[in-house]
Design a protein around this ligand. Structure first.
Ligand code: NAI
Ligand code: 15L
Length: 268
Protein backbone atom coordinates (compact mmCIF):
# COMPACT_ATOMS: atom_id res chain seq x y z
CA UNK A 1 0.00 0.00 0.00
CA UNK A 2 1.09 3.60 -0.59
CA UNK A 3 2.43 5.46 2.45
CA UNK A 4 -0.46 6.72 4.49
CA UNK A 5 -0.86 8.96 7.47
CA UNK A 6 -1.92 6.97 10.51
CA UNK A 7 -2.75 8.26 13.97
CA UNK A 8 -1.32 5.97 16.67
CA UNK A 9 -3.12 6.48 20.00
CA UNK A 10 -1.47 5.10 23.11
CA UNK A 11 1.89 5.80 21.45
CA UNK A 12 3.71 6.07 24.80
CA UNK A 13 2.62 2.62 25.98
CA UNK A 14 4.32 -0.73 25.62
CA UNK A 15 2.67 -1.74 22.35
CA UNK A 16 2.71 1.83 21.06
CA UNK A 17 6.45 2.03 21.63
CA UNK A 18 6.99 -1.22 19.70
CA UNK A 19 4.73 -0.09 16.85
CA UNK A 20 6.39 3.31 16.57
CA UNK A 21 9.47 1.45 15.34
CA UNK A 22 7.83 -1.48 13.53
CA UNK A 23 5.07 0.22 11.49
CA UNK A 24 6.92 2.99 9.56
CA UNK A 25 8.88 0.46 7.42
CA UNK A 26 5.49 -0.59 5.96
CA UNK A 27 5.14 2.93 4.59
CA UNK A 28 3.12 4.64 7.29
CA UNK A 29 3.70 8.19 8.39
CA UNK A 30 2.69 8.07 12.06
CA UNK A 31 1.08 10.84 14.05
CA UNK A 32 1.32 10.10 17.79
CA UNK A 33 -1.21 10.65 20.59
CA UNK A 34 -1.09 9.78 24.29
CA UNK A 35 -2.07 11.39 27.58
CA UNK A 36 1.58 11.22 28.67
CA UNK A 37 4.42 12.66 26.60
CA UNK A 38 6.03 10.27 24.14
CA UNK A 39 9.75 10.18 24.92
CA UNK A 40 11.90 11.63 22.17
CA UNK A 41 8.84 12.67 20.10
CA UNK A 42 8.26 16.41 20.55
CA UNK A 43 5.58 16.45 17.83
CA UNK A 44 3.40 13.89 19.61
CA UNK A 45 0.02 15.17 20.79
CA UNK A 46 -0.21 14.99 24.58
CA UNK A 47 -3.93 14.85 25.37
CA UNK A 48 -6.54 12.73 27.04
CA UNK A 49 -9.20 10.81 25.11
CA UNK A 50 -11.68 12.94 27.09
CA UNK A 51 -10.51 16.05 25.21
CA UNK A 52 -12.78 16.15 22.17
CA UNK A 53 -11.19 19.23 20.62
CA UNK A 54 -7.74 17.66 20.82
CA UNK A 55 -9.09 14.45 19.29
CA UNK A 56 -10.76 16.28 16.41
CA UNK A 57 -7.49 18.07 15.63
CA UNK A 58 -5.44 14.88 15.97
CA UNK A 59 -7.57 12.81 13.58
CA UNK A 60 -8.00 15.58 11.01
CA UNK A 61 -6.48 14.52 7.68
CA UNK A 62 -5.29 11.05 8.70
CA UNK A 63 -6.11 8.06 6.51
CA UNK A 64 -6.56 5.65 9.40
CA UNK A 65 -6.18 5.25 13.15
CA UNK A 66 -4.55 2.52 15.22
CA UNK A 67 -6.33 2.89 18.55
CA UNK A 68 -4.21 1.54 21.38
CA UNK A 69 -4.86 4.20 24.05
CA UNK A 70 -6.72 3.13 27.14
CA UNK A 71 -6.40 1.34 30.41
CA UNK A 72 -4.78 -1.98 29.55
CA UNK A 73 -5.52 -3.96 32.71
CA UNK A 74 -8.33 -4.11 35.27
CA UNK A 75 -9.33 -0.87 37.06
CA UNK A 76 -12.29 0.56 38.96
CA UNK A 77 -15.35 0.80 36.71
CA UNK A 78 -15.35 4.62 36.78
CA UNK A 79 -11.84 4.68 35.33
CA UNK A 80 -12.63 2.08 32.66
CA UNK A 81 -15.78 4.02 31.79
CA UNK A 82 -13.86 7.24 31.26
CA UNK A 83 -10.77 6.02 29.40
CA UNK A 84 -11.96 2.95 27.52
CA UNK A 85 -15.71 3.34 27.00
CA UNK A 86 -16.22 7.11 26.75
CA UNK A 87 -12.69 7.57 25.40
CA UNK A 88 -13.22 5.12 22.55
CA UNK A 89 -16.61 6.68 21.80
CA UNK A 90 -14.97 10.11 21.67
CA UNK A 91 -12.38 8.79 19.24
CA UNK A 92 -15.03 7.26 16.94
CA UNK A 93 -17.06 10.48 17.00
CA UNK A 94 -13.98 12.50 16.07
CA UNK A 95 -13.14 10.03 13.28
CA UNK A 96 -16.69 10.12 11.92
CA UNK A 97 -16.83 13.91 12.03
CA UNK A 98 -13.48 14.23 10.24
CA UNK A 99 -14.21 11.57 7.63
CA UNK A 100 -11.56 9.03 8.67
CA UNK A 101 -12.30 5.77 6.85
CA UNK A 102 -10.72 3.06 9.01
CA UNK A 103 -9.77 2.26 12.60
CA UNK A 104 -7.76 -0.68 13.89
CA UNK A 105 -9.06 -1.23 17.40
CA UNK A 106 -6.93 -2.93 20.06
CA UNK A 107 -9.52 -5.29 21.48
CA UNK A 108 -8.37 -8.06 23.77
CA UNK A 109 -8.69 -11.76 24.46
CA UNK A 110 -10.26 -10.60 27.75
CA UNK A 111 -13.49 -9.73 25.87
CA UNK A 112 -13.95 -13.51 25.73
CA UNK A 113 -11.76 -14.29 28.75
CA UNK A 114 -14.19 -16.63 30.51
CA UNK A 115 -14.25 -18.96 27.51
CA UNK A 116 -12.93 -22.34 28.67
CA UNK A 117 -9.38 -22.94 27.54
CA UNK A 118 -9.24 -25.60 24.80
CA UNK A 119 -7.73 -28.89 26.01
CA UNK A 120 -5.70 -31.17 23.75
CA UNK A 121 -7.90 -32.30 20.87
CA UNK A 122 -10.60 -29.62 21.44
CA UNK A 123 -11.56 -27.41 18.50
CA UNK A 124 -10.02 -23.95 18.30
CA UNK A 125 -12.04 -21.08 19.82
CA UNK A 126 -14.12 -19.73 16.92
CA UNK A 127 -14.54 -16.07 15.96
CA UNK A 128 -18.22 -16.25 16.80
CA UNK A 129 -17.76 -17.51 20.34
CA UNK A 130 -20.05 -15.62 22.74
CA UNK A 131 -18.54 -12.64 24.54
CA UNK A 132 -17.53 -13.60 28.07
CA UNK A 133 -15.61 -10.64 29.48
CA UNK A 134 -13.47 -11.54 32.48
CA UNK A 135 -13.16 -8.00 33.92
CA UNK A 136 -14.58 -4.49 33.51
CA UNK A 137 -11.53 -4.12 31.25
CA UNK A 138 -12.68 -7.02 29.05
CA UNK A 139 -16.21 -5.58 29.10
CA UNK A 140 -14.86 -2.30 27.71
CA UNK A 141 -13.28 -4.21 24.82
CA UNK A 142 -16.61 -5.96 24.12
CA UNK A 143 -18.16 -2.46 24.09
CA UNK A 144 -15.49 -1.24 21.68
CA UNK A 145 -16.23 -4.09 19.27
CA UNK A 146 -19.95 -3.29 19.35
CA UNK A 147 -19.23 0.41 18.92
CA UNK A 148 -17.13 -0.45 15.88
CA UNK A 149 -20.00 -2.51 14.43
CA UNK A 150 -22.40 0.40 14.99
CA UNK A 151 -20.11 2.91 13.26
CA UNK A 152 -19.74 0.56 10.30
CA UNK A 153 -23.46 -0.16 9.95
CA UNK A 154 -24.57 3.43 10.51
CA UNK A 155 -21.70 5.50 9.17
CA UNK A 156 -19.59 3.27 6.92
CA UNK A 157 -16.54 3.76 9.15
CA UNK A 158 -14.52 0.54 8.90
CA UNK A 159 -12.80 -1.23 11.79
CA UNK A 160 -10.68 -4.29 12.31
CA UNK A 161 -11.06 -5.28 15.97
CA UNK A 162 -7.96 -7.23 16.94
CA UNK A 163 -8.47 -9.44 20.00
CA UNK A 164 -4.83 -9.28 20.95
CA UNK A 165 -3.40 -12.13 22.98
CA UNK A 166 -0.12 -11.07 24.61
CA UNK A 167 2.09 -8.82 22.51
CA UNK A 168 5.42 -8.54 24.27
CA UNK A 169 8.99 -9.19 23.09
CA UNK A 170 8.90 -12.68 24.62
CA UNK A 171 6.27 -14.95 26.19
CA UNK A 172 6.74 -15.11 29.97
CA UNK A 173 4.24 -17.79 30.97
CA UNK A 174 3.02 -21.15 29.78
CA UNK A 175 -0.38 -19.58 29.01
CA UNK A 176 1.35 -17.04 26.80
CA UNK A 177 2.76 -19.85 24.67
CA UNK A 178 -0.80 -20.16 23.32
CA UNK A 179 -1.70 -16.46 22.98
CA UNK A 180 1.64 -14.76 22.27
CA UNK A 181 1.90 -12.36 19.35
CA UNK A 182 5.48 -11.43 18.57
CA UNK A 183 5.92 -7.69 17.99
CA UNK A 184 6.95 -8.38 14.38
CA UNK A 185 3.76 -10.40 13.81
CA UNK A 186 1.82 -7.63 15.57
CA UNK A 187 3.11 -5.16 12.99
CA UNK A 188 2.27 -7.63 10.19
CA UNK A 189 -1.27 -7.93 11.51
CA UNK A 190 -1.77 -4.18 11.98
CA UNK A 191 -0.44 -3.62 8.46
CA UNK A 192 -2.86 -6.21 7.07
CA UNK A 193 -5.71 -4.60 9.03
CA UNK A 194 -4.80 -1.15 7.69
CA UNK A 195 -4.37 -2.19 4.07
CA UNK A 196 -6.84 -5.04 3.30
CA UNK A 197 -9.70 -3.87 1.10
CA UNK A 198 -13.31 -3.79 2.25
CA UNK A 199 -13.08 -4.97 5.85
CA UNK A 200 -16.41 -3.53 7.06
CA UNK A 201 -16.18 -4.50 10.71
CA UNK A 202 -13.98 -7.58 11.00
CA UNK A 203 -13.03 -9.25 14.29
CA UNK A 204 -9.76 -11.17 14.36
CA UNK A 205 -7.70 -12.91 17.00
CA UNK A 206 -4.18 -11.55 17.23
CA UNK A 207 -1.37 -14.02 17.81
CA UNK A 208 1.60 -15.58 16.14
CA UNK A 209 1.34 -19.00 14.47
CA UNK A 210 1.90 -20.70 17.81
CA UNK A 211 2.09 -24.49 17.95
CA UNK A 212 -0.14 -24.23 21.05
CA UNK A 213 -2.57 -21.66 19.60
CA UNK A 214 -6.08 -21.68 21.17
CA UNK A 215 -8.05 -19.73 18.58
CA UNK A 216 -8.96 -19.51 14.93
CA UNK A 217 -6.64 -17.21 12.99
CA UNK A 218 -8.58 -17.59 9.72
CA UNK A 219 -10.17 -14.12 9.75
CA UNK A 220 -6.75 -12.55 10.35
CA UNK A 221 -5.25 -14.61 7.53
CA UNK A 222 -8.14 -13.56 5.27
CA UNK A 223 -6.89 -9.96 5.64
CA UNK A 224 -3.53 -11.08 4.27
CA UNK A 225 -1.86 -11.67 7.65
CA UNK A 226 0.84 -14.33 7.35
CA UNK A 227 2.38 -14.82 10.80
CA UNK A 228 6.05 -15.81 10.82
CA UNK A 229 6.67 -16.54 14.49
CA UNK A 230 5.85 -19.38 16.90
CA UNK A 231 6.28 -19.29 20.68
CA UNK A 232 7.31 -22.96 20.77
CA UNK A 233 10.99 -22.06 20.92
CA UNK A 234 10.32 -20.65 24.42
CA UNK A 235 8.31 -23.69 25.55
CA UNK A 236 11.02 -25.94 26.98
CA UNK A 237 12.34 -23.25 29.34
CA UNK A 238 8.91 -21.96 30.44
CA UNK A 239 7.50 -25.44 31.01
CA UNK A 240 10.63 -26.43 32.98
CA UNK A 241 10.18 -23.34 35.18
CA UNK A 242 6.39 -23.35 35.56
CA UNK A 243 5.11 -26.80 34.59
CA UNK A 244 2.38 -27.48 32.05
CA UNK A 245 -1.03 -25.84 32.58
CA UNK A 246 -2.76 -27.58 35.46
CA UNK A 247 -6.28 -28.98 35.02
CA UNK A 248 -7.15 -28.27 38.66
CA UNK A 249 -5.77 -24.71 38.82
CA UNK A 250 -8.55 -22.11 38.33
CA UNK A 251 -5.94 -19.67 36.96
CA UNK A 252 -5.46 -22.08 34.06
CA UNK A 253 -9.11 -22.93 33.34
CA UNK A 254 -10.03 -20.07 30.99
CA UNK A 255 -8.69 -18.19 28.01
CA UNK A 256 -8.21 -15.10 30.19
CA UNK A 257 -5.98 -16.95 32.65
CA UNK A 258 -5.54 -15.15 35.96
CA UNK A 259 -7.67 -12.20 34.80
CA UNK A 260 -10.56 -14.55 35.66
CA UNK A 261 -9.34 -15.04 39.22
CA UNK A 262 -6.94 -12.26 40.30
CA UNK A 263 -6.91 -9.58 37.59
CA UNK A 264 -3.84 -7.37 37.53
CA UNK A 265 -4.79 -3.78 38.31
CA UNK A 266 -3.77 -0.69 36.32
CA UNK A 267 -1.51 1.23 36.75
CA UNK A 268 1.01 -1.55 37.25
P1 NAI B 1 -0.07 0.34 28.02
O1 NAI B 1 -0.81 0.48 29.30
O2 NAI B 1 1.40 0.12 28.05
O3 NAI B 1 -0.35 1.61 27.10
C1 NAI B 1 -1.60 2.26 27.05
C2 NAI B 1 -1.35 3.73 26.74
O4 NAI B 1 -2.61 4.39 26.69
C3 NAI B 1 -0.51 4.42 27.82
O5 NAI B 1 0.61 5.06 27.24
C4 NAI B 1 -1.48 5.42 28.44
O6 NAI B 1 -0.85 6.66 28.82
C5 NAI B 1 -2.48 5.64 27.32
N1 NAI B 1 -3.79 6.04 27.84
C6 NAI B 1 -4.52 5.43 28.81
N2 NAI B 1 -5.64 6.11 29.04
C7 NAI B 1 -5.64 7.18 28.21
C8 NAI B 1 -6.52 8.25 28.01
N3 NAI B 1 -7.66 8.38 28.72
N4 NAI B 1 -6.20 9.19 27.08
C9 NAI B 1 -5.04 9.10 26.37
N5 NAI B 1 -4.16 8.10 26.53
C10 NAI B 1 -4.46 7.14 27.44
O7 NAI B 1 -0.81 -0.86 27.22
P2 NAI B 1 -0.25 -1.71 25.99
O8 NAI B 1 0.19 -3.02 26.48
O9 NAI B 1 0.65 -0.89 25.17
O10 NAI B 1 -1.62 -1.97 25.19
C11 NAI B 1 -2.06 -1.07 24.19
C12 NAI B 1 -3.52 -1.39 23.85
O11 NAI B 1 -3.61 -2.72 23.40
C13 NAI B 1 -4.46 -1.25 25.03
O12 NAI B 1 -5.70 -0.75 24.56
C14 NAI B 1 -4.63 -2.67 25.52
O13 NAI B 1 -5.86 -2.85 26.17
C15 NAI B 1 -4.55 -3.43 24.22
N6 NAI B 1 -4.06 -4.80 24.41
C16 NAI B 1 -2.73 -5.01 24.66
C17 NAI B 1 -2.25 -6.30 24.82
C18 NAI B 1 -0.80 -6.58 24.98
O14 NAI B 1 -0.43 -7.74 24.98
N7 NAI B 1 0.08 -5.59 25.11
C19 NAI B 1 -3.18 -7.45 24.81
C20 NAI B 1 -4.56 -7.10 24.53
C21 NAI B 1 -4.96 -5.82 24.33
C1 15L C 1 -4.28 -7.72 27.86
O1 15L C 1 -5.36 -7.36 27.40
C2 15L C 1 -3.36 -6.77 28.54
O2 15L C 1 -3.49 -5.45 28.05
C3 15L C 1 -1.92 -7.22 28.46
O3 15L C 1 -1.17 -6.45 29.38
C4 15L C 1 -1.77 -8.71 28.78
O4 15L C 1 -2.12 -8.93 30.11
C5 15L C 1 -2.65 -9.52 27.86
O5 15L C 1 -3.98 -9.05 27.83
C6 15L C 1 -2.71 -11.02 28.22
O6 15L C 1 -3.79 -11.59 28.23
O7 15L C 1 -1.65 -11.61 28.44
Amino acid sequence: AAPRTVLLTGAAGGLGTLMRTLLPPYGYDLRLFDMVPVEGEPDAVTADLADQDALRAAVRGVDAIVHLAGISLEAPFADILRSNIEGTHNLYEAARAEGVRRIVFASSNHAVGFTPRPRAGDPLIPLGTPRRPDTFYGLSKAFGEDLAQLYWDRHGLETVSVRIGSCFPEPTSVRMLSVWMSPADGARLFHAALSAPGVGHTVVYGSSANTRVWWDLSSARALGYDPQDDSEGFAARLVAEQGELDESNPDHAHLGGHFCTKPPVWPH
